[in-house]
Design a protein around this ligand. Structure first.
Ligand code: ZN
Length: 427
């Protein structure tokens, strides 16, 4: 007897009338038209069954703090960092945990079941680290959190000095933070930025950890720390374990240099996270017109064989006042900014919020195949492109075969003579 059998589902790869059989929290069979005895049978009615959404780049210590202690007037990255500096001394562990757990509720409702979040490690008390480690434990039954030790003020530039900042970072890792972060473009000089990349990659290599740096989140085409990151990845044998987040300076680099850079990144098996909602609003702020978009070169990186994900980065915090844990909204923006409008490219954008970030986090048992965890989302859409177009309603969200969230089908009632009474916004 199965615990759950989903029938008549469409899968992201286009297969239709598919059944997915679940026992003991695992997928035990995936086959066309399969019927078998089950405790519960769910008729997907031809809708899209997707593995859950994954966000490879977020800041859960800052989320839902919009307006505290004031709003970002200029809307720039640098005012956001300054504002975060004003907010930090006012944070309490309890309030921070409350906001993070509330965000996890939103995430589950949107079928987002794994999040890599950076956590600021510049406060020597490591209060945010303690809070998010506790949240990670608390939400573990329904959402997977991975933490990155993020020295927001710069590990060499921060006001407490390099020794103290490295000490804070390594203590955070000792406490159970998973990944080594960094912010080389924010260090005082290009040379300091490069040193920070080397030092932090060495820490990761010594401890057998992954690296995920905020790297070159700048409009300066000479901000080339990604080159150093690729170099250190190879030197230290970290291939496949290093992620460059943002990489917005690549948008402004000249094409000749990028033609050298892309193969270096592919050779180092680097992963990349672009954050389209945030970078389309934060980058190009010093431009008049023409105004740069600032998102890194997503289709070109993908074509070079680099694994690229779209991240949410911020929701209602000092950098961004909008957002709702909706990864389809993130991919929708990424698709537009990167002009990825072919059918194949739109499907790549769907991958960039599902399978690609799952690879970055190294999630075991992710996917809709036999032996995988029974984690999936039934969307009110017939394929990945329609899911993106509609930022589709999440009808059901399952984890380990257990229903975590559901919503009524979305439809509007029309009151127009001679027209149908309802519309689902589908042709
Ligand atoms: Zn970030």
């Amino acid at each position: 007897m199965l615990d759950l059998l989903v029938v008549n589902a469409t899968l992201p790869d286009g297969r239709q009338n598919m059944s997915v059989a679940v026992r003991d929290g695992k997928i035990v069979e995936v086959a066309e038209g399969l019927h078998a005895p089950a405790q519960e049978v769910l008729d997907a009615q031809g809708q899209l069954l997707s593995p859950p959404f994954v966000d490879a780049h977020f800041h859960m210590d800052a989320t839902l703090s919009y307006g505290l202690p004031r709003v970002n007037q200029s809307g720039t990255l640098l005012e956001g960092i300054a504002l975060w500096g004003e907010l930090k001394p006012l944070l309490t562990q309890e309030a921070l945990m409350d906001r993070a757990v509330t965000y996890c509720d939103w995430a589950v409702a949107k079928g987002l079941l794994a999040i890599r979040t950076h956590v600021d490690v510049c406060d020597p008390r490591l209060m945010a680290v303690e809070a998010l480690l506790e949240v990670k434990k608390q939400v573990a039954p329904y959402i997977e959190l991975q933490l990155v030790a993020f020295p927001q003020d710069g590990v060499l530039r921060g006001s407490q000095g390099p020794q103290q900042h490295m000490d804070n970072l390594t203590r955070a890792l000792d406490m159970g933070v998973d990944v080594v972060g960094g912010i080389p473009h924010f260090e005082r000089t290009m040379a300091d930025g490069a040193s920070s990349v080397r030092l932090l990659c060495e820490v990761a290599a010594e401890r057998g950890l992954q690296v995920d740096m905020h790297c070159d989140e700048s409009d300066d085409p000479m901000s080339r720390h990604v080159e150093t990151l690729a170099f250190e990845t190879r030197r230290l044998g970290l291939q496949g374990r290093v992620t460059g987040s943002h990489l917005t300076s690549m948008h402004s680099m000249d094409n000749y240099y990028v033609s050298k850079l892309l193969p270096l990144m592919a050779e180092a098996q680097m992963h990349v996270v672009a954050n389209p909602l945030i970078n389309i609003t934060l980058q190009g702020r010093h431009d008049t017109y023409p105004k740069r978009r600032g998102m890194t070169r997503v289709p070109e990186l993908m074509a070079a064989g680099v694994n690229v994900a779209f991240g949410h980065d911020c929701v209602m915090d000092p950098w961004y006042s909008l957002g709702s844990a909706d990864m389809l909204e993130v991919a929708h923006m990424g698709l537009h900014v990167a002009q990825m409008t072919s059918q194949a490219a739109m499907r790549q954008c769907f991958d960039a919020i599902t399978v690609n970030p799952a690879r970055i986090l190294g999630l075991p048992g992710y996917g809709l195949a036999v032996g995988c965890n029974a984690d999936f989302v039934l969307l009110q859409a017939r394929d990945p492109v329609e899911a993106l177009r509609l930022r589709a309603n999440r009808l059901k969200v399952f984890r380990r075969g257990r229903l975590l969230a559901w919503s009524e089908p979305a439809q509007s009632t029309l009151c127009i003579a001679g027209r149908p009474g309802k519309t689902l916004l589908q042709p």
